[in-house]
Design a protein around this ligand. Structure first.
Ligand code: SF4
Length: 266
């Protein structure tokens, strides 16, 4: 027999209690409507408004810490299966306002994997990482190094857009990190470039300003990690491009490569 809405609501609240929740907020969250033509014409990602979810939906509304850190038993992790998993993720509050999840894009076993902060408006609308103005600058930086975007992998610390492009919270970053770890394990880049302070915080767990640590190396699960500025910061302060270029040249040197003789200015 089909359960009434109130029975489903009681079941859902009991489920949340089991998950450790002691209260639920009373206010409704209203998802802002996309204003751009592109956003309006794009197919919308599955989105749950403030209506009461069914217990079946509740089963996927797990707390952030429950994002699986490995593929399901017996399963093989691939970029495609991970992408499908991320598309269904409700593990942190960022799912509520996203249009699309943005897992990142690129090739397996690249020389370089770039990791930024999180999707912005353009990325949220298109479901692709680094496609706005900062993304265009990143493309120039990659080309200046002698690569094309298709030669590398580009991803972010969080896979859903923080509302208003705010910095993702520590909980949101921690909640999404298992996905990034699994991506890195699948992609196996020779080297990682962390773009900006949030990427540094998320990946190498250092609470510091990027100006202090840029140009220095860290390691993530045996992979060398270069810390440098986020392209959005370089757009705001173009004088820092000189330092960013020095960092990228250090990356090339570590890969045993030299930059093209007449690099396009990033
Ligand atoms: S940001 Fe990450 S953890 Fe949060 S809902 Fe999106 S995919 Fe899930």
């Amino acid at each position: 027999m089909k359960k009434s809405l109130s029975e489903q609501a009681v079941e859902y609240l009991e489920y949340l209690k089991e998950q450790g929740l002691t209260h639920v907020p009373a206010s409704k969250k209203i998802r802002p409507k996309p204003t751009s033509v592109a956003a309006a014409s794009k197919p919308q990602a599955p989105h749950r408004q403030a209506s009461t979810p069914s217990p079946v939906e509740a089963a996927s509304a797990l707390p952030a810490s429950s994002v699986p850190s490995a593929p399901p038993a017996g399963g093989v992790d691939t970029l495609e299966s991970l992408k499908a998993e991320i598309a269904q993720c409700h593990a942190c509050p960022l799912w509520e306002t996203r249009l699309h999840t943005v897992p990142g894009q690129g090739i397996l076993h690249p020389d370089i994997m770039f990791i930024g902060e999180g999707p912005g408006q353009n990325e949220d609308e298109q479901g692709l990482a680094f496609v706005g103005k900062a993304g265009q600058l990143l493309t120039k930086m990659i080309q200046a190094m002698g690569y094309a975007r298709e030669d590398v992998f580009i991803a972010n610390i969080v896979k859903c857009r923080p509302p208003g492009n705010r910095v993702p919270s520590p909980d949101e970053m921690a909640g999404c990190m298992p996905y990034l770890k699994r991506q890195i394990a699948i992609i196996q880049p020779k080297l990682i470039v962390c773009l900006g302070a949030t990427a540094v915080r998320g990946l190498v767990q250092e609470q510091t300003s990027i100006s202090r640590v840029r140009g220095s190396w860290r390691e993530f699960e045996g992979i060398p990690v270069m810390l440098t500025f986020h392209p959005a910061y370089l757009l705001r302060d173009p004088r820092k491009k000189v330092e960013a270029w020095a960092d990228l040249k250090a990356v090339l040197a570590r890969l045993g490569k030299t930059p093209p003789t007449m690099p396009a200015k990033p």
